[in-house]
Design a protein around this ligand. Structure first.
Ligand code: ZN
Length: 372
């Protein structure tokens, strides 16, 4: 199978064959084993931080000069959104021209893999300009609840953060992302028989419907704010006034101020019906990643390096999807994201990475490690 690939690329294939959805700690840990094995013969220190809350382990890989100097932080996640069995059924590993299909190849095993090759080369040659910390995490796809403190701790001690999320639209990198808020709204009404005691009931679904319309109406494309109610659960039977209803809210905002302002608006919502109780929990999960002067300068530097390598590096307009880069950028660490493999179809069964994008992007990361 896939005979045309080089021996080096076979290790990427074994990564993709190792299914690692976030909540399958054993699968994620098998990925961490593969990474640890791959750096075993390089001058790289491996620290393994055990997972908690049913999540997999984290790897902290260190290389570069042992000077007491702020580091370059490289970040990749090895969890995916694809359940075990996707590989056998819906998204088999296959090569179609330049496209390598498989679960997690684009988001983001391809990126993690090419960054690891660059990191290994810099470690072997001793060519990194600063100490390099490569953080390989198991929980990005669920918002990094476990690794966030670790990421922030390293970000505070790093001069730059480089994130290997997928490239966009033909190889573009990411220099800003919206922030994300998550909320859970619980509505408690009063149940009653829909036929004989209708007037006694207080419908939780009716109240939820009004709240959902109010929340969705907060969307303001011009301001870069969106609100989405994506999942609703409620009611017990068709002939019963519903006692319970709950729904989740996804908020995206471009600025810290808007993130806070709209979080407040959602948390402050009041029930229209005095006999219905509304309980709202949540808040901003990932702060906005705003394109600071430091980030613009980092991008310009990467652009010059890319020109030397032989390609024209561009960045995308602010993207709605968040990543661990949001955490590092919000702390003021200049952050460049989207350094991973080019391709398309993240989180879908059409996910693929472009093999031809691996080498130029590996070189770009290597040159960043050597020149920042
Ligand atoms: Zn990702």
């Amino acid at each position: 199978m896939l005979p045309s690939l080089s021996p080096t690329l076979q290790s990427l294939l074994s990564w993709i064959r190792t299914e690692s959805p976030t909540h399958d700690a054993a699968g994620v840990n098998r990925m961490m084993d593969l990474v640890a094995a791959e750096v075993a013969d390089a001058p790289i220190a491996v620290e393994r931080v055990p997972g908690r809350q049913g999540l997999g382990d984290t790897l902290v890989l260190r290389a570069g000069p042992e000077r007491d100097e702020v580091a370059i932080l490289l970040m990749s996640h090895l969890d995916t959104v694809h359940p075990v069995g996707t590989l056998a059924k819906d998204l088999p590993l296959r090569l179609d021209g330049d496209r390598l299909y498989g679960p997690g190849v684009y988001d983001m095993k391809g990126g993690a893999w090419l960054a690891l090759q660059a990191f290994k080369e810099a470690a072997r040659k001793g060519s990194a300009s600063r100490p390099v910390v490569f953080l390989v995490t198991p929980d990005e796809e669920i918002g990094s609840p476990m690794t966030r403190p670790l990421i922030e701790d390293f970000a505070r001690r790093s001069a730059y953060a480089l994130v290997t999320e997928p490239a966009r639209d033909g190889g573009k990198v990411v220099t800003s992302r919206k922030g994300v808020g998550r909320f859970e709204v619980q509505v408690e009404g009063r149940p009653a028989h829909a036929g004989s005691r209708h007037q006694d009931g207080r419908s939780a679904i009716r109240e939820a419907a009004r709240q959902i319309l109010a929340i969705e109406a907060m969307t303001d494309y011009g301001r870069g704010v969106t609100t989405t109610v994506g999942v609703v659960n409620g009611g017990t039977a068709n002939n019963t006034i519903p006692q319970h209803c709950r729904f989740g809210v996804d908020l995206r905002a471009e600025t810290l101020a808007d993130g806070e302002a709209f979080s407040r608006r959602i948390l402050d919502l009041k029930a229209h019906d005095p006999d219905v109780a509304l309980t709202i929990t949540g808040g901003m999960n990932r702060p906005p990643y705003e394109r600071s002067e430091g980030i613009a300068a980092l991008f310009e530097h990467a652009r010059r390096l890319s020109a030397e390598i032989g390609f024209d590096l561009r960045d995308v307009p602010r993207t709605g999807g968040a990543s661990d880069g949001n955490f590092t950028a919000a702390l003021g660490t200049p952050t460049l994201d989207g350094l991973g493999i080019d391709g398309d179809g993240a989180h879908t069964l059409e996910e693929y990475g472009l093999l031809s994008s691996i080498e130029p992007r590996r070189k770009l990361i290597l040159r960043l490690l050597e020149t920042l």
